[in-house]
Ligand binder design. Structure first.
Ligand code: HEC
Ligand code: HEC
Length: 252
């Protein structure tokens, strides 16, 4: 037999072994779970209380197939922030933005055809948002086990998203952020309710959005049409962005 065939057979054997081991550990886990039965109803109730449970995540995953052409399979965005990251963003915010694109309240020429009513119904918007919100993009390189196969490794590596540190005065950025932004975007930049997560997003994308708010092209908050951002100099905004890039590790 030729060398590559042998390697292939060995690999198939290894995959089989991995599957067997996984099955075994599932059985083992189920066995130990019998002792933990009383907590299961509580767990189920907890799951039912999550609003996302009402959404069809599988359907959301299908819909994301279209979005992936620009935002990537796991929603990390790309082209240095021309396409923003949408994975792990808050579901309520994603829904809001998709509806604004559809209404043309927020202009997005590349996305407009994908958000028209016949393409993306209200239910679709909820499903795809729930799916995307649930994707976690780690900020650290994964540690592999010896028996992890090539596909597992590749998938894990593809999901890693680390926004490079941005230049700026981090102390000044921190002071402004914590005083003026944290009340809505959260102390660690993860967002809150419908207020978007800002950490883990491309710096130049965020800068472009702040510019759009200041110019009145996109409404930021309810204070006035341009919102709180008009109060700050461009250099302050750069400092805020520099500070946000230091916060990514607290994401996990
Ligand atoms: C043809 C390319 C393209 C496709 C396909 C596409 N998008 Fe986008 N999307 C963009 C671009 C470009 C932007 C950034 C617009 C801007 O700069 O304001 C964007 C922005 C967004 C935003 C706003 C992100 C934020 O943080 O403000 C969301 C949410 C979004 N897209 C979701 C989706 C979903 C869901 C789909 C699939 C139904 C999709 N997109 C399909 C190009 C695309
Ligand atoms: C009163 C609540 C509130 C405060 C305070 C606030 N924001 Fe926002 N921010 C919002 C809302 C709401 C949105 C989404 C707006 C929309 O629908 O376009 C947003 C969106 C953003 C976005 C765009 C995110 C994206 O993915 O497109 C950036 C950047 C941003 N805010 C930066 C800031 C900064 C910097 C500060 C502090 C100087 C700040 N915000 C303070 C409510 C707030």
């Amino acid at each position: 037999m030729r060398e590559p065939d042998l390697i292939a057979i060995k690999e198939v054997g290894q995959i089989g072994e991995t599957i067997r081991r996984t099955q075994f550990s599932v059985i083992e886990e189920l066995a130990t779970m019998r002792h933990a039965l009383p907590i299961i109803p509580a767990l189920l109730l907890g799951l039912l209380a999550l609003p996302a449970a009402a959404q069809d995540i599988e359907k959301g995953k299908d819909i994301n197939g279209v979005c992936a052409a620009c935002h990537g399979q796991y929603g990390p965005g790309g082209k240095k922030g021309e396409y923003p990251r949408i994975a792990g963003q808050r579901a309520a915010y994603l829904e809001d933005q998709l509806r604004s694109f559809r209404l043309r309240k927020r202009m997005n020429i590349p996305m407009f055809p994908y958000t028209q009513e016949r393409e993306l119904s209200d239910e679709d918007i909820k499903d795809v948002s729930a799916y995307l919100a649930g994707i976690e993009l780690p900020t650290k390189w994964p540690q592999f086990k010896d028996n992890d196969d090539a596909l597992t490794r590749l998938t894990a590596m593809e999901k890693v998203m680390i926004v490079p540190r941005a230049e700026g005065n981090v102390d000044n950025g921190k002071a402004i952020y914590q005083k003026h932004c944290a009340s809505c975007h959260g102390k660690t930049g993860k967002g809150r309710g419908k207020f978007p997560m800002l950490i883990g997003q491309y710096t130049n994308y965020l800068m472009k959005q702040m510019d759009a708010y200041v110019k009145g092209e996109r409404p930021h908050d309810d204070n006035d049409s341009r919102g709180i951002l008009v109060e700050f100099k461009t250099s302050d905004m750069q400092d805020i962005l520099a500070y946000l890039t230091t916060l990514q590790d607290s994401q996990q």
